[in-house]
Design a protein around this ligand. Structure first.
Ligand SMILES: [Zn+2]
Length: 293
């Protein structure tokens, strides 16, 4: 099998996995790989990524001119070209709309809290690139700011983008983002995320080398650092502790399993809240009208 034909087969397989896992619906998403120094192999526009065949792919140059293929290249080609321009080390780009991660992108909540050691060592942080109209020149501009320092990011009100040294590595980062988003969502539903301390985050960063992880930028735990040179992670000072209990949005909610055992005394918030059935509310309104007459 030649390199080109094996790369075509890899794109087909990654597209099939993305569609099977629900990361794309209908014709969403796109995938590309470098084919030598000055050419790209890319998924075509308007095809379902779950049902592609190797012959469907387009070959373009790094300016986006089509060199080969019956179909036109992906409508998000400009975003792919920008990534290759900014990151000479990147060999493959994957874009999809995995639903939980995209939910965070819609809510405007980046996946940048120090929560999972393995995500910290691999992706560092997952920021949100500012909203841009899909398939326009705005999208590469939004992505440019973050792609120098990050291998994965959310796209505001759109989806997610990952890059890697080959198409499987880029795809696995997409899996990691969606998996991390799921875990973050569950932790937030349970009411608390215990955060990994700043000191422990730095220890994990030192382990990147021994795991053979080549990250495009170091992790920083300082909000003031610029996102194009650093992976900014939200991690509190530990003062000797490695895990720091942290409530979500300032509201401490007991874990679901503990709620039945919690004292029945209502909280200040619950006391302030009155719940009425429709019948009770109607009766109150009727009473009020009667007293006005
Ligand atoms: Zn998209």
């Amino acid at each position: 099998m030649t390199t080109e034909s094996s790369l075509r087969a890899d794109i087909v397989e990654v597209g099939r996995r993305m569609y099977a896992r629900g990361y794309t619906a209908s014709n969403d998403g796109n995938i590309s790989v470098r084919l030598g120094a000055d050419r790209l192999l890319m998924t075509p526009k308007s095809v379902c990524k779950g049902f592609m065949t190797p012959d469907m792919m387009c070959i373009t140059d790094l300016e986006g001119r089509k060199l080969q293929g019956d179909r036109d290249p992906s409508s998000e080609m400009l975003m792919h070209l920008e990534v290759y321009r900014q990151r000479p080390d990147v060999q493959a780009v994957v874009h999809a709309h995995p639903p939980i991660a995209t939910g965070f992108a819609v809510a405007g909540i980046p996946l940048d809290r120090a929560v999972l050691a393995e995500v910290l060592t691999t992706l560092g942080s997952i920021p949100i690139a500012e909203y841009a109209t899909p398939s326009t020149r705005e999208l590469p501009e939004a992505v440019r700011k973050y792609v120098k320092a990050h291998d994965g990011m959310l796209l505001a009100n759109h989806g997610a983008l990952t890059v890697g040294p080959d198409v499987y590595a880029a795809y696995y980062k997409m899996e990691t983002i969606e998996h991390f988003a799921k875990i973050s969502l569950v932790a937030r539903l349970l009411g608390r995320e215990n955060l990994i301390s700043r000191e422990e985050v730095m220890r994990l960063q030192e382990l990147r080398g021994s795991y053979g992880i080549k990250a495009p930028a170091p992790i920083c735990t300082d909000d003031q650092t610029v996102v194009d040179v650093c992976q900014v992670v939200q991690a509190p000072a530990g003062d000797g502790r490695r895990l720091i209990p942290d409530d979500v949005d300032g509201v401490v909610v007991p874990p679901l399993a503990a709620r039945d055992e919690v004292s029945p005394k209502p909280s200040a918030k619950a006391e302030a809240e009155i719940r009425l059935t429709y019948r009770e509310l109607s009766a109150l309104i009727e009473d009020a009208i009667r007293s006005l007459k």
